[in-house]
Design a protein around this ligand. Structure first.
Ligand SMILES: NC(=O)c1ccc[n+]([C@@H]2O[C@H](COP(=O)([O-])OP(=O)(O)OC[C@H]3O[C@@H](n4cnc5c(N)ncnc54)[C@H](O)[C@@H]3O)[C@@H](O)[C@H]2O)c1
Length: 329
């Protein structure tokens, strides 16, 4: 049985975002008191509709780069789940200074406030992007290459600070290298939207989604429930110091296969998109060609088990987009 966090005061930064809001809901369901710190840069109030009615939930609208805000968000907090960041490789290439400011300076701010508040455990979102140009598959934690984007540098820098703070201040810090997370609430809008919500909403509009490259780039697409479970296990891990773990489904799907799988799931639900074809555009700078995780370290040390493979995750997810995006945008 999975270890549980109960009756504990926790902070989720970025709790109004896609992954953070699922963490918030799961922590509230287990009887915890949850503080969410978010400035709504990319997060949405709709993601928190159920949390906002819960008396054990406290929303602080503020920026992780503000020290006083971080200090007040951390009062009496025992566990931190740090999700707040500016995601997206292309966003970081368009504005590296802003991604670095939020993802690095903001990270250090939250981590230092967590040291001051003497939290028991600090878990943060790293990323598979830290593997950069390392070609070996599957990716194992100890072998990383050269970063291919400013975003990847920010996430790798988090890992350096995580290890440094663990040794300088004695705080227990755990980095989770998420691999292409997907699920309900992932935002399909805007230039920096992730591939799965972009494809699903295009199919719902009976439009051709765009694949950058020839569609043979592959990813280890990971349903969000796997990520929530890994966070809980990581927060309760034995030992001290800094440790990083791959969090993934441990499968490999290329973008052409992904498109077909999404189309099939929607057709099965009665969406008339069976004849939609993809469009191809030139590959994008900063994209890793293949990403596929070895999750054995998380399995052995955290007791992590994949709860959903990609197909089961897609089945769980499509209903959300059908309900929320069938008739607009
Ligand atoms: N989604 C993925 O596939 C994936 C993969 C690897 C790593 N990650 C990491 O996981 C974390 C969560 O990602 P997500 O997909 O839920 O993204 P998201 O954009 O939905 O969530 C990020 C949240 O952080 C908030 N935020 C941004 N800047 C902030 C600031 N300065 N102060 C306070 N809040 C701020 C946003 O408003 C948003 O609610 C991020 O750290 C991201 O880099 C995500």
């Amino acid at each position: 049985m999975e270890k549980q966090i109960t009756n504990t005061k926790v902070l989720v930064t970025g709790g109004a975002g896609f992954i953070g809001s699922h963490l918030v809901d799961s922590l509230l369901a287990k009887g915890n008191e949850v503080v969410c710190l978010d400035n709504f840069a990319t997060g949405r109030r709709e993601n928190l509709v159920s949390a906002l009615t819960n008396p054990r939930f406290n929303l602080i609208e503020g920026d992780i780069r503000n020290r006083d805000v971080c200090r007040s968000a951390l009062k009496n907090v025992k566990i931190v789940f740090h999700e707040a960041a500016l995601g997206s490789v292309p966003r970081s290439i368009a504005d590296p200074a802003e991604s670095t400011s939020v993802n690095v300076a903001g990270f250090v701010n939250v981590l230092h406030a967590a040291v001051e508040a003497k939290v028991e455990s600090f878990v943060y979102a790293s990323s598979s992007s830290v593997y950069g140009d390392e070609e070996k598959l599957p990716k194992t934690e100890e072998r990383i290459g050269t970063a291919l984007s400013p975003y990847a540098v920010t996430k790798y820098t988090n890992e350096l600070f995580g290890a440094n703070f663990a040794s300088v201040y004695g705080i227990k810090v755990t980095g989770l290298r998420y691999f292409n997370v997907f699920g309900p609430r992932q935002d399909p809008r805007g230039a920096y939207a992730a591939v799965i919500p972009r494809f699903v909403t295009a199919l719902l509009r009976h439009e051709s989604p765009v694949i950058f490259g020839d569609g043979t780039n592959s990813r280890d697409f990971t349903f969000v429930a796997n990520v929530v479970s890994a966070n809980m296990l990581a927060a309760l891990r034995e030992g001290s110091g800094h440790r990083v773990y791959n969090v993934a489904a441990g499968g490999r799907t290329n973008l052409n296969e992904l498109f077909e799988a999404l189309k099939e799931a929607l057709v099965l639900r009665g969406v008339p998109c069976g004849d939609v074809e993809v469009k191809y555009a030139p590959g994008r700078a900063g994209d890793i060609p293949h990403s596929f995780a070895d999750v054995s370290r998380a399995e052995e040390e955290l007791g992590y088990r994949r709860l959903y493979d990609i197909k089961a995750g897609i089945r769980e997810m499509v209903g959300y987009y059908m309900e929320n995006y069938s008739n607009n945008e």
